[in-house]
Design a protein around this ligand. Structure first.
Ligand code: GLN
Length: 268
């Protein structure tokens, strides 16, 4: 399955965060450690979204093909610094399209969204849910990919004023009810908060005094994130695995991790 990273903290270069660390998102394109569900590499595109400090909507760079093959991104990443980043690399799942716009992060207004997973039988399995959307939600789907439809369902809730964590949980619940074998590791940010779920895929969290990282697979945090206390690769802060069926809400100073539902995923 795809891999994603969410970051909140001091300004950091996109290259320092995503390209240079040991087991960076870049390395995870060809050598991920924990793919599950049949995927082997993440070479079907990638995307990065980042927030500026001026409060403008986040900027995105998305591309087809593997991250390592994109010299334009390497140059851009070397000159962009941000304190809030969502990055994703893609392993396309069945009945989806390998186009740039199928790559996370998806975005709208202040939001960036990524999905590790798949929705079996889509779009048919989600037809009833899609019926509840406004036509405008459907015609603005980024690409024919399950993740874009999941994003439309979540965005509909956000636009309707539902609190973001509730919207993430309820979207996951309605998709899993419609497609019980759906894999739904979601990641949402507005630049101030990261909201993530674990539903059939790996996720880990790493905290320092001023920063938080959420990632499908742990990597060495860059020196900026360590607060200047260490060198990348030389024993940074610990990563903690997030339990299956969790909802993680993190900002720059705190992290909460609670069960998504009162009953376990297995019994649902
Ligand atoms: N199903 C989504 C896609 O095809 C996410 C892929 C994944 O997690 N492997 O883009």
């Amino acid at each position: 399955m795809c891999r994603h990273v969410g970051y909140l903290g001091p300004l950091v270069g996109l290259d320092e965060l995503l390209l240079h660390p040991a087991h960076s998102l870049l390395e995870q394109t060809w050598a991920p450690n924990d793919m599950r569900a049949g995927g082997t590499v993440n070479v079907d595109g990638f995307g990065v979204g980042w927030y500026a400090r001026d409060g403008t909507v986040p900027k995105r760079y998305r591309a087809e093909g593997p991250m390592w093959a994109d010299g334009n991104f390497a140059e851009l990443a070397g000159c962009v610094r941000s304190g809030a980043v969502v990055g994703a690399i893609r392993s396309a799942t069945g009945s989806t399209s390998a186009v740039r716009t199928a790559c996370a992060p998806f975005g709208s207004g202040p939001w960036l969204f990524s999905h590790n997973g798949s929705v079996p039988g889509w779009p048919d399995t989600l037809a009833d849910l899609a019926d509840k959307l406004d036509p405008a939600d459907l015609v603005t789907l980024d690409a024919p990919v399950d993740s874009a439809l999941v994003w439309a369902l979540l965005r509909h809730r956000l636009d309707g004023g539902q609190p973001p964590a509730d919207a993430v949980r309820d979207t996951l619940a309605e998709v899993v009810a419609a497609a019980p074998r759906a894999r739904m590791n979601l990641l949402l940010s507005d630049g101030e908060t990261l909201i993530a779920t674990t539903w059939s895929h790996s996720l880990a969290v790493c905290r320092t005094d001023e920063a938080v990282l959420l990632a499908s697979e742990p990597f060495d945090p860059p020196v900026e994130v360590l607060g200047g206390t260490g060198a990348s690769g030389n024993g940074g802060p610990d990563w903690h695995p997030v339990a299956e069926g969790s909802l993680v809400i993190a900002d720059r100073v705190s992290t909460s991790c609670t069960p998504l539902f009162e009953t376990s995923p297995e019994s649902r």
